[in-house]
Design a protein around this ligand. Structure first.
Ligand SMILES: Cc1ncc(COP(=O)(O)O)c(C=O)c1O
Length: 372
């Protein structure tokens, strides 16, 4: 396929997958227009500006330090996992979905000490089992979990897990890749040491840029760690980025696009951005209910950004996906044991109310065409 053909095929589709997301025209124009060398003052200024704006947009000024990685969310996640433990200590992973499993997998691959507390995909974490493990096992140094488990759309009980980590004096690592920008998350109040985020979801940047927010207290500990990876070394990246430089060639276009996206977030304000996501969720969910779709989760478990729905009888996922795609909408499949059973509709990024209305209209037509 020629580059021109790729461009043609990427003509605006409404992305209802949980990233990559539709970008605003301004962010897209900055992405396309940026050309700069990362060793020149303009990039140093850009990096310093983004570091400050990210913290400011999230209300974290002076309390956290961001560390960027040119890589998707998993890159920052792996860097955070690697830096989350002093030697000989264990990670307790609270796992109720595909992304909880991913944290555990990173720990396993790097042969870090690991304990998992698993719950079924449609259930919230078992707080009693977490408390018991923390009480019993003094080798556990860090509790890690996913804030918004994107494989099901479940918003995990961050305050309750944080309270346990505080009670038993353990460090907290939160994967907030799909929730930062869309959900309330007071990192400092919850005493989160390491929080992982991505530019490419509810912060409205382009994919391939991720970051770890490191609390001031954690930064002091992390600085003393021996490197466990060359590229994903949180301590080394923190040190260099504090001086406005990156150790390796950064994805400069993605940084510039993220800067534009952060400006838009700062203009809107985090509170209003979250409210906008909540309104979209309410609008879509009222539509799904009206059309008779059954939800995977209970209402009280749902995030502001994604809804998982059971596939109705007589409608296979590929059929649903392809019909929606022909109409210009991209949805997401179920993962793991939910593959072929559910479909997921996210509403992150630059979407218009008319996009959501049109989506529900097409979904209605598809639903009504299922033979009974
Ligand atoms: C909660 C969560 N964690 C981790 C990831 C992995 O991020 P990426 O695909 O950007 O590496 C995702 C991706 O959707 C996610 O939603």
């Amino acid at each position: 396929m020629s580059a021109a053909a790729v461009l043609k095929s990427s003509k605006r589709q409404v992305l209802l997958c949980p990233g990559p997301v539709n970008l605003t025209p301004h962010v897209r124009s900055i992405l396309a227009a940026t050309e700069m060398c990362h060793r020149e003052p303009e990039f140093i200024h850009l990096l310093q500006t983004i570091r400050a704006k990210l913290l400011h947009a999230l209300g974290l000024d002076g309390r956290y330090a961001p560390v960027f990685f040119s890589g998707s969310g998993t890159a920052a996640l792996e860097a955070a996992v690697l830096a989350s433990l002093d030697s000989g200590r264990k990670l307790l992973v609270v796992n109720n979905g595909v992304y909880g499993s991913r944290i555990a997998l990173a720990a396993r691959i790097h042969q870090l000490g690991l304990t998992e507390i698993r719950s079924p995909l449609t259930e919230p974490p078992d707080l009693n089992r977490i408390a018991a493990a923390l009480k019993r096992d003094s080798a556990i140094g860090t509790v890690a979990f996913v804030h918004h488990e994107t494989s099901t759309g479940m918003l995990n009980p961050v305050e309750e897990i944080a309270a346990l980590a505080k009670k038993y004096r353990r460090r907290l690592l939160v994967d907030a890749i799909s929730s930062l920008g869309a959900e309330r998350l007071d990192l400092s109040k919850l005493n989160v040491g390491l929080c992982v985020g991505s530019a490419a979801k509810s912060l409205h940047g382009a994919p391939g840029l991720s970051f770890v927010l490191v609390s001031q207290e954690e930064a002091l500990r992390v600085a003393k760690l021996k490197p466990r990876s060359l590229y994903l070394d949180l301590a080394a990246s923190l040190k260099t980025q504090e001086q406005g430089v990156t150790a390796f060639t950064p994805a400069v276009q993605l940084f510039a696009a993220f800067h534009a996206a952060l400006d838009e977030l700062l203009k809107e304000g985090l509170r209003l951005r979250i409210a906008r996501y909540r309104q979209r969720a309410a609008f879509l969910r009222a539509g799904f209910k009206k059309l008779g779709f059954k939800f995977l989760l209970e209402d009280k478990q749902l995030s502001n950004t994604l809804t998982a729905l059971w596939l109705p009888k007589g409608l296979a996922y590929p059929q649903l996906h392809d019909r929606l795609k022909r109409a210009g909408f991209v949805i997401y499949a179920g993962q793991s044991e939910l593959k072929g059973k559910i479909f997921r509709v996210a509403h992150m990024g630059q979407l218009l109310q008319s996009d959501l209305k049109e989506f529900l209209k097409v979904l209605k037509e598809i639903k009504e065409s299922i033979p009974t």
